[in-house]
Design a protein around this ligand. Structure first.
Ligand SMILES: *Cc1c(COP(=O)(O)O)cnc(C)c1O
Length: 397
């Protein structure tokens, strides 16, 4: 069986967790602080604040951006439900805008048309690791005085060309970027999240709010020579990352460049080997945008049944997932506002299939995947003629 993903973890991560467990300090402490510094360095951010997951990171980001009950936040429906949920946590209304079918990311034209006097922020998503159109969204946010929050859950290591140079997502290019360390993402701490921001005052608030808005952190009280009584000036949360997770994250970060290289090789080979008939609508990297290939997405021809295709792959021992969900179709978000008919978002959900991409996917396994895709596609009436010739070519090479 070839699963959709396998996190790359080994002895180094196990040893890091062991070291922390035996140290006597397991919750947010020195390992979290070190992980934050190393993460900030890795993405080129001035500030990084670790939290328990990306969903909570998005909540804090919107809260500190000043989004309140009655406000509207423009976002993509075509995203994991956590994106829309985070808007509801602060009492605001998600305004769903459609995606550009070439990139599967927010269409900036529609974002601008969807603005109202109640719009307070734009929550953009770098979907499946492909950066969204920041060169259009950053100026829109600036022109209208809106916060730009980047859902970068899947986008660690993805890059954009900015002022003539490649920069990693998370500097951030908007006001704040939120990352996830769930096992489906590029590096993992089991669960975990990170906020990077350009605003020192925002970073300070993230740090307070993640720990009950406590006036004096427990680490400080623990090391103090005098008794200190803390206070709680506002309502905060327990969104801490543990030192066990952070120690694992530090080891994962050391593997990041290797992971990115493998993911890009795998994507390139899929690109070369998959039938052109299935590559229609595949998220394309526009000039100046580089994906980390958190997911590899195929677009099935309209007449091919998605479920039958995925079942066929499963019967051949290959795991897959359907296209990214649409939050506007879920009962949890019937109260949200929709801009336009969101047809591209629905098409992407209903006609796409995500294939296995992970650093441990061997060349032989990937070969199995493309062969399974070929057989299933041919069985469902897709024209795979040119596909066979590219397979033959690689075999000859
Ligand atoms: C995974 C994901 C999240 C949620 O991340 P968690 O760390 O699991 O909370 C949010 N947004 C997007 C786009 C995601 O893919």
């Amino acid at each position: 069986m070839i699963p959709i993903t396998v996190p790359l973890m080994g002895e180094a991560e196990a040893e890091a967790a062991r070291r922390v467990i035996l140290s006597g300090w397991t919750t947010q402490g020195p390992e979290v602080e070190a992980f934050e510094a190393e993460f900030a360095q890795a993405v080129g951010a001035p500030h990084a604040c670790a939290v328990s997951n990306c969903t909570n990171a998005l909540h804090l980001a919107l809260m500190v951006a000043g989004v309140q009950a009655g406000d509207e936040v423009i976002t993509a429906s075509h995203s994991f439900v956590a994106t829309a949920n985070s808007i509801r946590y602060v009492g605001a209304t998600p305004v769903f805008v459609d995606i550009d079918p070439r990139t599967f990311n927010l269409d900036p034209h529609q974002v601008e048309q969807a603005l109202t006097v109640r719009t307070r922020a734009i929550l953009c998503v770098h979907q499946m690791g492909l950066p969204c159109d920041l060169s259009a969204l950053v100026p829109i946010a600036q022109r209208h005085g809106l916060a730009l929050v980047e859902d970068a859950a899947c986008a660690l290591g993805s890059e954009v060309m900015w002022n003539g140079q490649w920069e990693r997502i998370g500097r951030p290019h908007g006001d704040v970027a939120c990352f996830s360390f769930h096992p489906r993402k590029v590096i993992s701490t089991g669960d975990g999240g990170m906020l990077t921001t350009r605003h020192p005052a925002w970073d300070k608030q993230f740090r307070e709010l993640r720990q009950h808005a406590m006036s004096v952190p427990d680490t400080v009280r623990h090391g103090a020579r005098e008794v200190i009584f803390e206070s709680y000036p506002k309502v905060g949360f327990n969104y801490r990352m543990t030192d066990i997770q952070a120690a694992v994250g530090r080891e994962q970060l050391k593997r990041l460049n290797g992971i990115l290289q493998r993911r890009r090789e795998i994507a390139q080979r899929y690109r070369k080997l998959l039938p052109p008939a299935l590559q229609l609508g595949l998220p394309q990297e526009p000039a100046g945008y580089r994906s980390n290939w958190q997911s590899y997405c195929m677009r099935l021809p309209d007449e091919v049944d998605q479920r039958a295709f995925m079942q066929g792959l499963l019967d051949h021992g290959v795991g897959s997932r359907r296209g990214i969900m649409c939050s506007h179709r879920e009962s949890a978000h019937t109260g949200a506002r929709r801009f336009g008919d969101l047809s591209h978002s629905e098409q992407a959900q209903d006609h796409c299939v995500l294939l296995p991409v992970y650093p441990g996917l061997s060349r032989a396994d990937q070969w199995e995947v493309v062969q399974a895709v070929d057989r299933v596609a041919a069985g469902l009436g897709v024209d795979t003629t040119s596909f066979m010739s590219s397979l033959a070519q690689e075999q000859l090479a």
